[in-house]
Design a protein around this ligand. Structure first.
Ligand code: PRX
Length: 567
């Protein structure tokens, strides 16, 4: 791998200053991700290079150069600044994957504000808890998502501006709505970017835990250093690449590697704003001659399910490098991709909290199908004992995946929850909350999460959030939510409920409750199955024992149930 150096060489001579030097960044100086992803690329002579090929779900196509990205992000930045928004204010992006989402991401960063991307399929309750927690001052959205915001805005006194990008320009109305269309607004050529420093807050992504409400993971502008270098070395992005990251920027992959990584390198990327379909995906790769493809195991398993025949209708020979993230990449998927595309998917492991890739199958490294690979150079990773928190040196023994803190993209705290943040660090290690083993060659093998969080199609769902939402339905007395195995999505949400007096179990009621959750939270969080129970298993102190229900779903030993209430 001449372009990026071998894993062994990089390990020997690693320093994050390699990225700082390539980005001409000097400690203590200004660093602004918005500038790095647009203005700097133009200054490097790539103003006319295509930054983005966009295709909407109706097949509408658009393309934008790096100069277009620079101007559009300036224009949005200037508009926000004129409204009185300032550095460190939280500005939420609540949009489909339309070009404005990508431009606004950089525009918000250019004014030094904190960008809070949220998945546009979130229902009003999911949206509310995240806007409330971040005390968000402005939300940028589309007409089609306005009804959800209108439902909750009275409960959000800090939310001063509801900016709608597909409405003609209007003044702020009494109900805080403002129309703002990029097409009607003269492009802003010169914009003074806020002088953010390494530790200035940048992106706020929400992630789900086992207990409590979702946590806001605070990142800073210095994260660019990790994101730039991992994009260059792990995703192996080169100047002439056409890159496709299939993730939505509502999730961290869609920002770290769907905006910041490729654009800070000045690489052309393409976005397909539509749901999954095997023919549509293959057609997209063929049409744009995608060379580097970063996707997720559920998508790969769905492609496998669609069969080998459909692939034959497309010319996919442009593909040079493939990578995957978000959930365990089973060995069958790696073997399949080699047979079908002549290339193996390179698994990468990381988290919202880590901000950048931590464990990876580095290009050129021998892939052991089913393994996540080894820590990225510059990352010290280990498997630690769950009681002593000391590294386990024995190969094949299960422990917790842990990292030595200090890489540039590491989260700086959980928003308004420093206590939860501190709990993530024990004995000098950052604990990821996942379990794995290491083999004698130093490869990491994923075992599972160390908590009850459900990973469905690569997206984390908090059982607590679903249980709480279920309790708001008039028929539900008690609820317990666990993961249920699923062939394609790996896990799906399953709910166990007891009914309140006067309600009778029926499949109609099951459907009604499912829909209730879909609207309130999202389709990802919607239980795929609801089982009615007379009683839920509880400890003597009255705590619902999810693990008993989980074990039943997975056909596992139930373990110690000596504290069970009705044994
Ligand atoms: O459980 C691990 C799983 O996804 C979690 C992180 O989810 P999130 O913060 O939403 O970020 C996802 C994209 C970076 C991890 O704690 N996970 C992520 N990558 C892998 C994985 N599980 C197995 N193999 C992976 N490669």
């Amino acid at each position: 791998m001449s372009n990026i150096g071998s894993y062994e060489d990089r390990l020997k001579n690693f320093a994050w200053s390699i990225a700082e030097d390539e980005l001409d960044y000097k400690s203590g100086e200004i660093i602004n991700i918005g500038w790095y992803c647009s203005d700097r690329i133009c200054q490097k002579g790539k103003a006319d290079k295509i930054a983005l090929y966009y295709e909407g779900f109706e097949g509408n196509e658009k393309k934008f150069t790096f100069n277009d990205v620079r101007l559009a992000s300036n224009t949005i930045g200037a508009f926000l600044k004129n409204l009185g928004l300032k550095n460190e204010d939280r500005v939420c992006l609540f949009m489909d994957r339309i070009p404005e989402l990508y431009f606004a991401f950089l525009g918000v960063l250019k004014i030094g504000a904190v960008v809070q991307p949220l998945f546009s399929a979130f229902g009003d309750e999911s949206l509310f808890v995240r806007l409330d927690n971040a005390q968000t001052r402005a939300i940028i959205t589309q007409n089609k998502h306005l009804s959800k915001i209108r439902k909750i805005r009275e409960k959000l006194p800090n939310l001063e501006f509801i900016i709608v990008v597909d409405q003609v320009r209007t003044k702020k109305t009494e109900n805080r709505e403002i129309g703002f269309s990029l097409e009607d607004t003269p492009p802003v050529e010169k914009f003074t970017i806020f002088p953010t420093k390494a530790e200035s807050p940048s992106v706020l992504h929400y992630t789900s835990g086992t207990t409590g409400q979702p946590k806001g993971v605070k990142h800073v502008h210095y994260s660019l250093i990790s994101q730039y270098l991992t994009t260059k070395w792990v995703l192996d992005l080169r100047d002439d690449d056409i890159y496709w990251c299939t993730a939505d920027p509502g999730w961290v992959t869609g920002t770290s590697y769907g905006i910041i990584g490729p654009w800070s390198l000045g690489v052309t990327q393409c976005v397909l704003d539509s749901g999954f379909s095997a023919p549509a995906w293959y057609k997209f790769i063929e049409k744009y001659k995608v060379t580097m493809w970063y996707s997720a195991p559920t998508a790969i398993r769905s492609l496998m399910k669609a069969g080998d025949e459909v692939v034959k209708n497309y010319n996919l020979s442009s593909l040079r490098h493939l990578a995957s993230v978000g959930e365990p990449l089973n060995s069958e998927a790696v073997i399949w991709s080699e047979r079908i595309f002549g290339k193996q998917f390179h698994d990468t492991f990381w988290q919202t909290e880590t901000g950048s890739i931590m464990i990876t199958n580095y290009p050129g490294m021998k892939i052991k199908p089913g393994s996540m690979g080894k820590p990225f150079p510059g990352i010290t990773g280990a498997i630690v004992d769950s009681k002593t928190f000391e590294p386990i040196l024995e190969t094949g023994k299960v422990g917790l995946i842990a990292f030595k803190p200090g890489w540039p993209a590491m989260m700086r705290t959980y928003w308004n929850n420093n206590e939860k943040y501190r709990e993530k660090f024990v004995n000098g290690w950052y604990l990821s909350g996942d379990k794995a083993t290491i083999d004698s060659d130093g490869y990491f093998w994923f075992i599972g999460r160390d908590d009850d969080v459900i990973n469905t199609a690569g997206h984390l769902v908090s059982p607590f959030e679903v249980e709480s939402a279920l309790l708001e339905h008039p028929a539900v007395g008690e609820s317990a939510v666990v993961a249920k195995p699923d062939e394609v999505n790996m896990e799906v949400v399953k709910a166990f409920i007891t009914l309140k007096p006067g309600f009778t179990a029926s499949s109609d009621l099951e459907l009604e409750i499912m829909n209730f959750i879909r609207k309130k939270l999202s389709s990802l969080a919607m239980p795929q199955e609801i089982e009615y129970m007379d009683n839920l298993p509880k400890t003597r102190s009255g705590k619902i024992m999810r693990r008993v229900l989980h074990a039943r779903e997975w056909g596992e030993e139930i373990g110690d149930i000596s504290t069970l209430e009705n044994d």
